[in-house]
Design a protein around this ligand. Structure first.
Ligand code: NDP
Ligand code: 8X3
Length: 258
């Protein structure tokens, strides 16, 4: 496509870069010459990624739930990494798959703190610079769970519905600037997501993927890279992507017994 953005001009902030989509996004952008700020809580993994990706990768260890850590990390960036023009607000998690009435409130708090508050702190910290420079792209990791309810998805799906709507509202606020906003909404993808949801139980975590060919982290990274390098006039508002082997079910009914 004419006038696509040259990845070499991009400085990409990625939250949740220690695993899954985030790590794949870092690799994808580095491959095309971008600079990347890879972040997460697990320092050992960040250091390994830095060793792999080299000098165009900078790492910053912080917890997105801690607002001050997020802003301090961005404030501490050296000038060659400070002009962030793509933010991939990806850090997030699901915890549990039980019905709401049995859910652990600690799990709900953690999902809200990470998927909503952490995402907001990340975007809010990077946004003024992008608006000031009149150039940038906010990419939010939503989910198909924002549109399609499923049993046990209760708070996780609701956090992703927040992400979707926040992205659309951001578009409204940013009209008149050259800052783009995209909500990327994957379906089933094989990462550490399921292992986290089932708290380290590898057997339970493997079940969603059995007998199907799920999305890979690289598949999702490709859609993110694509949306970020389209010509500046193009804004992908929402990008929903599923494995071919995933689709929609009918409504569920609890029928009266005779
Ligand atoms: P992974 O579990 O593989 O990766 C999650 C990443 O989020 C890790 O790097 C983790 O890093 C980071 N993270 C979690 N909590 C925090 C925190 N408090 N502070 C900083 N970083 C944090 O999962 P995915 O790659 O699959 O998930 C990435 C995003 O994609 C999430 O928002 C998820 O909801 C979404 N998603 C996933 C789908 C899937 O099927 N896999 C489908 C649709 C959306 P660390 O623990 O080192 O901090
Ligand atoms: C992750 C996909 O279907 O497990 O957002 O909610 S799903």
């Amino acid at each position: 496509m004419k006038s696509s953005i040259d990845a070499k001009t991009l400085t990409v902030l990625v939250t949740g870069a220690t695993s899954g989509f985030g790590a794949a996004v870092c690799r994808r952008f580095i491959k095309e010459g971008a600079k990347v700020i890879a972040t997460g809580r697990r320092a050992d993994r960040l250091k390994a990624l830095k060793r792999e990706l080299g000098p165009r990768c900078r790492i910053a260890e912080f917890d997105v739930r801690e607002r001050r850590q997020v802003t301090a990390a961005l404030d501490a960036l050296p000038k060659e990494f400070a002009k962030i023009n793509v933010v991939v607000a990806n850090a997030g998690l699901a915890l549990g798959l039980g019905p709401a009435q049995e859910a652990d409130l600690e799990d709900w708090d953690a999902m809200i703190a990470t998927n909503i508050n952490g995402l907001l702190y990340t975007v809010r910290a990077a946004l003024p610079g992008m608006v000031k420079r009149d150039e940038g792209h906010v990419i939010l990791l939503g989910s198909v769970a924002s549109d399609f309810p499923y049993p046990g998805g209760n708070v996780y799906g609701a956090t992703k519905a927040f992400v979707k709507q926040f992205g659309l509202n951001l578009r409204a606020d940013l009209l008149g600037s050259n800052v783009r906003v995209t909500s990327v909404e994957p379906g089933l993808a094989e990462t550490e997501f399921s292992l986290v949801r089932f708290k380290g139980d590898a057997d339970l975590a493997g079940r969603p993927y059995q007998g199907i060919d799920p999305l890979s982290a690289d598949d999702v990274a490709e859609t993110i890279f694509w949306s970020a390098t389209l010509p500046r006039r193009v804004n992908i508002n929402r990008l929903q992507v599923m494995p071919v082997m995933q689709a929609f079910g009918p409504f569920a009914f609890k029928r009266k017994t005779a």
